[in-house]
Design a protein around this ligand. Structure first.
Ligand code: PLP
Length: 391
């Protein structure tokens, strides 16, 4: 393949494009993580994450991918054999349930169609029947990255409260944080799970748990055998800005810069930008005559849009054609959606023209790969963007 000019278009829903400011912040000499200089960086990083998770509670940062923070949430709060209620929203919720089972927990999965979010009514009904309080936790993926569906966490919390059930609420915000409205404290979440490489605009390698008081009590009283993921030594060292083992030092510089950028723009404006770009993307999909996978308008993801391929066309051949000809990466279908959908990431460091470039590339790719469609999708998105100014 010829050496490409211009930038690669990374339009997958994570890892996302890292802004130059963040890259520059990361490009610094590594410092002694036990030296005096480190404490300020550690404290700044914890404070930055808390400001985005919207919490005054405890928070621990791991040098790990999001999967590690999933495990940390489970092993610190739950004991072997504990029942965890989960929702089959898509591939990521399925993986989290599989992890719970392999750790010796008893995941009870509410079946789903991979086109809608966690159902608050089904949750209330199930918890109301659990009069013996056998269910120790409810675990929900906020933004299901495999389907482009965002579950309604405040309604999930309200359903738990109406049922009067004491289960902990664990929420995966890995692909929502920094892109979609989220409130750890105000929404009554017990553990928030997140990581660096999606809406936070950082490279992969940093993940975290935000820990409410009830979750902290549960971990002090029980939990599973744990070592690397144990909250206790993390929290103890974190009080003075340090870590019990080597932190991802340079990612912490990046984290402080990235969160600074989010606050400069203003979180509300960041969320509105994501909603607007998602709306323009759906306008393009509809104009092409293709189908958005999410079938509940209130649950359309501001982060990504999964697009169903026409019945006899494979999504992977289409994505391969787009990569080869236009140097753009689109998200693959995951799990049972393999080859059935492609996913357009519209999160993180993105502006109107990058989105229009991506949609233009998709439209050209549909033509190139012989996928039946109507032309005019990129044009429809341009009209949405022109008519709806950013807030
Ligand atoms: C990406 C993602 C994960 C997995 O994170 P890794 O960093 O790949 O371990 C889990 N949940 C959701 C919702 C995700 O988008």
């Amino acid at each position: 393949m010829a050496v490409p000019s211009g930038r690669h278009f990374l339009q997958i829903p994570g890892p996302t494009n890292v802004p130059d400011r963040v890259l520059h912040a990361i490009a610094r000499p590594v410092i002694d993580h036990r030296g005096p200089e480190f404490a300020d960086l550690g404290a700044a990083a914890l404070g930055a994450l808390k400001s985005v998770v919207r919490t005054r509670a405890d928070l621990v940062i791991y040098p790990a991918s999001g999967t590690g923070a999933w495990e940390a949430a489970l092993v610190n709060t739950l004991s072997p054999g504990d029942r965890v209620l989960m929702f089959e929203t898509g591939h990521f919720s399925t993986l989290w349930a599989r992890m719970a089972r392999s750790l010796g927990l008893e995941p009870e999965v509410v079946p789903g169609d991979w086109r809608s979010g966690a159902d608050p009514a089904a949750l209330e009904e199930r918890l109301s029947r659990d009069t013996g309080h056998a269910i120790a936790a409810v675990a929900v993926v906020h933004n299901e990255t495999s389907t482009g569906v965002t579950s309604r966490i405040p309604e999930i919390r309200a359903a738990m409260d109406r049922a009067g059930h004491p289960a902990l609420l664990l929420v995966d915000t890995i692909s929502s944080l920094g892109s979609v409205e989220y409130e750890h404290d105000a929404w009554g979440v017990d553990v928030t799970v997140g990581c660096s490489q999606k809406g936070l605009m950082l490279p992969p390698g940093l993940s975290f748990n935000a820990i409410g008081a009830k979750a902290l009590e549960a971990s002090a009283a029980g939990g599973m055998p744990r070592s690397y993921w144990d909250w206790a030594p993390m929290l103890e060292a974190g009080e003075s800005g340090y870590f019990p083992y080597t932190p991802p030092t340079n990612l912490l510089y990046g984290l402080v810069e990235a969160v600074g950028m989010l606050h400069e723009e203003g979180l509300e404006r960041v969320f509105a930008r994501h909603r607007r770009h998602a709306e323009a993307t759906r306008a393009a999909v509809r104009a092409w005559g293709l189908e958005v996978l999410c079938r509940v308008p209130e649950e359309y993801s501001p982060v990504l849009t999964a697009v169903l391929m026409p019945e006899d066309k494979g999504a992977d051949a289409f994505r391969a054609a787009v990569l080869e000809r236009f140097d753009m990466s689109l998200g693959a279908g995951l799990g049972r959606l393999s080859d059935r959908v492609f996913r357009i990431g519209h999160l993180g460091d993105l502006n109107d023209l990058t989105l229009l470039g991506a949609l233009g590339g998709i439209e050209a790719g549909l033509r190139l790969a012989g996928v039946p469609h109507e032309p005019g999708g990129a044009d429809a998105a341009a009209r949405v963007l022109a008519d709806a100014p950013p807030r």
